[in-house]
Design a protein around this ligand. Sequence first.
Ligand SMILES: Cc1ncc(COP(=O)(O)O)c(C=O)c1O
Length: 483
Amino acid sequence: MKYDKLLLTNQIASKDYYQDTISKTAKAISKSFNSSFAYKGLTPADLKKELETTEVLPQKAKSYDEVLEDLSKKILPNFLYTSSKKYMAHLHSPAIIDSIASELIISTFNQSMDSWDQSPIATEVELITIKTLSKLYGYTNNSDGVFTSGGSQSNFSGIMCARDWYCNEILKHDIKKEGLPSNYSKFRFYTSSVSHFSVEKSAHILGFGYDSVRKVDVDSSFKMDTLKLEEMIQEDIINGNIPTAVIATLGTTDFGSIDDVKRIREICDYHNMYLHSDAAYGGALIFSEKHKYKIEGIELSDSITIDFHKMFLLPISCSAFLVKDKTLLTPYQLHADYLNREEDEEQGYTNLVGKTIQTTRRFDALKVWVAFQTQGIEGFSSIVDTCVNNANKLYNLLDIEEDYTVLIEPELSSVVFKYKGSNNLNKKIRKTLMHENGLVIGQTSVNNITYLKCTLLNPLIDIYDLGHIIKSINNIVKNNFKK
Ligand SMILES: Cc1ncc(COP(=O)(O)O)c(C=O)c1O
């Protein structure tokens, strides 16, 4: 039969082919894990050359074995190995093995989360997982939420819900029907100067523009200065602007610093403003008995971003957007006769498309449902504590080194530092580490000074690995850049 190996069905030939293909692939992947390096070191030009000899679109089909051989030679070895103890560049984690198995289930069944009839059990799993998360973060039964593609989409949703809430509740303007109110250019959104750039991107996409985002100065710990926030709000009121929402960051991208969400809530209440907490990174602290006090008050936010593809170590993509009051999600509600009929809801069939900008959507909730069970509270608590401890250890190691400057004591799991010397030297160090030492670390800039950054999300990293970073940098400087 022509198509007997195309899809997984109840036919024996198809099942055999499925199992064989998956197990061969799993073997090839495992085999490629043959070094401690995070990256083999090839440059963009090297990689382009490597790919030149593969005909991507042949006239005649190749066998999977043939393609897998090519994959094993050219692609697999040149991946960034996110589970390597030498990878610590970004808020980009390795993936827990159980959750990789969940990915196989997700793509094999290929459910689409828009309507119940495209994802019956998957819809129910997402609903119960969202309930579990809402409870975990201190929300009541009146809350709701949805899985999204990532922190950027979750933050976008936060800002959009803030906009609609402000228009409907405060201005009594039906934005869904009438569009933006005439004074929309006066709306102001406040966030710290070190918050994620998705805040500005969202403000632009929502029609407000970058200038509607007021960047509040941070204190010496890179937390939003709440006195400055109040001053800015007052100044905006005097100038006829409309303070609409604050986007607090619980775990900034570079520093892991955590804004004072309790104080920000008081300010928002005083001025009738919406509060969204971007806890994409810091949300994982909820599992740590030792560190969860740092995000105390998160439940006071009107909405929350949590990324599971960061400190929860789940495969990309996996994020949740939670709202304290389920009516906040109504901006996303719209019925189509071909998809999510009103009568479905009346009959108990939930169509999740009414909670998100996406229509076709992955069953990412399964990864959380599985990993929460296979790790338990204890497992995640241990992962989080190990990563935060590692950051403190690296901070202490760097702090006693004469040739290094460390920016701040870590609150989460990232350490920002520099080798004493020029911006150029630090940039060269990072590139050399990546291309010659298989060690991939991050880079950022503070007040026009280039810093190096280690984002520690891999709980396998130990004190030896942390010391190795410093040794590698010292060697690079000694061998390449010192006369
Ligand atoms: C604090 C914070 N918020 C939001 C995001 C965006 O998340 P995503 O990359 O999942 O869209 C990031 C990404 O690093 C982040 O650090």
